[in-house]
Design a protein around this ligand. Structure first.
Ligand SMILES: Cc1ncc(COP(=O)(O)O)c(C=O)c1O
Length: 390
């Protein structure tokens, strides 16, 4: 038998958590659609007692997702937001959390409107500048939560440099890795404490389920996060877990293809004079292009720039005309699916952020976020070309 620890990314994605069923030999593992488990006598379980606590399908998914991040533990939640909420609930009233500015709008909504009321202090800062992170650390700072690239401006920060600062000050560091997926970036390998992902996005990749996951190498954090999941109950359904377990088998193929498509389209878009801004970490004029070259790598060590592009079409008329003419791209929230999507973060994903803050960041009404899928790149280009025509 080969050592599973030596398996490469795609072998792990397909086989870890997917062993054939012991009883029937079914190559595709069964779904355990059950809320509870028979006990042979009081307290004598066969490893499971109630599905909020654990379930064989969720356990297999957690093994699979942990292996993709090279993590010791993965804890699965019903949505990405449930995962981020549990991560922040590790902290107490009076604790201070620093967060990358322009992270996903829902993270802002939850922290500022829910957990802040319960006494946790949140501060949103520009994490592109490593020194700026250190400047904002206070005696009560307990966590630095980063998103790189951010949603939707695709700002990057230097994970290793910020991690060194966190270690120096004995502060935990977490990363929302939703945009890159474990195929494009594995922050735990650098020593980051917790990685969060919305598995609704590239991990599942078919715009059909919701999910969230936290991964960590720290046994104590795993225990505390698992306790929070059990206590607060934001668990995913077995059906969604099974779909996700099936979907990660093709994560490498899907992510590589969608990123290749995005890289080609971003270069083409950058040549269109009609656009005010084209933001993509793979473009040489992206202010943190060098950071992308350093930390965004496939499991084989090749640089990868991701499947998200943001563009600015300049006027509301041009925006509405562009959106109306698109045929292959669908106007919808979310990202990371096999199908290309387009959205206006100002009104959609980032509606919860105050207008002044959005405009200061550069999230204008005419900024459009493109999530590139795995369709034929020629068809995507033709669709964009037709929509951009005067
Ligand atoms: C970067 C990022 N983090 C977290 C979330 C929240 O995930 P979910 O919608 O699964 O709750 C999203 C959703 O769009 C996201 O884009």
């Amino acid at each position: 038998m080969t050592n599973h620890k030596d398996w490469k990314f795609s072998t792990k994605a397909i086989h870890i958590g997917n062993k054939a069923d012991k009883e029937s030999g079914s190559v595709s593992p069964p779904i355990h659609l059950t809320s509870t488990f028979k006990q042979d006598a009081v307290g004598q379980t066969r490893g499971f007692d109630y599905s909020r606590v654990s379930n064989p399908t969720r356990q297999r998914l957690e093994e699979n997702l942990a292996s993709l991040d090279n993590a010791k533990h993965a804890i699965c939640f019903s949505t990405g937001m449930a995962a981020t909420t549990a991560l922040f609930q590790l902290f107490d009233s009076g604790d201070h959390i620093l967060i990358s500015r322009n992270t996903y709008g829902g993270t802002y909504r939850m922290s500022m409107n829910v957990l802040r009321r319960q006494g946790i202090e949140f501060e949103w800062i520009d994490t592109r500048d490593t020194e700026n992170v250190e400047k904002h650390i206070r005696p009560n700072t307990k966590l630095v939560h980063l998103e790189t690239p951010t949603n939707p401006l695709l700002e990057l920060c230097d994970l290793t440099a910020i991690l060194n600062i966190c270690k120096k000050h004995d502060i935990l560091m977490s990363v929302d890795n939703t945009f890159m997926s474990p195929y494009g970036q594995r922050p735990l390998e650098l020593g980051v404490d917790v990685v969060m992902q919305s598995s609704t996005k590239s991990l599942s990749g078919h715009s059909d389920i919701l999910g969230g996951v936290l991964t960590t190498n720290d046994d104590e954090l795993d225990e505390r996060l698992r306790f929070l999941l059990k206590a607060t109950g934001g668990v995913p359904s077995s059906f969604d877990n099974w779909i996700l377990l099936r979907s990660t088998k093709t994560l490498g193929l899907r992510y590589q293809k969608s990123s290749d498509n995005a890289t080609e389209l971003a270069h083409w878009l950058a040549d269109q004079d009609i656009l005010d801004r084209v933001i993509y970490p793979g473009l040489k004029n992206h202010p943190q292009h060098e950071i992308a070259l350093k930390q965004q790598k496939t499991p084989n060590g090749e640089v990868i720039f991701g499947n998200m592009i943001s563009i600015d079409v300049g006027t509301i008329e041009a925006r509405d005309r562009f959106l109306e003419r698109l045929d292959v791209f669908t106007l919808a929230e979310s990202l990371g699916g096999v199908e290309s999507l387009v959205c206006v973060p100002y009104d959609m994903t980032h509606a919860a952020i105050p207008v002044k803050a959005k405009l200061e960041l550069g999230i204008t009404e005419t900024l459009i976020r493109l999530s590139i899928g795995i369709e034929d790149v020629g068809d995507l280009k033709a669709d964009l070309q037709n929509a951009l025509k005067d």
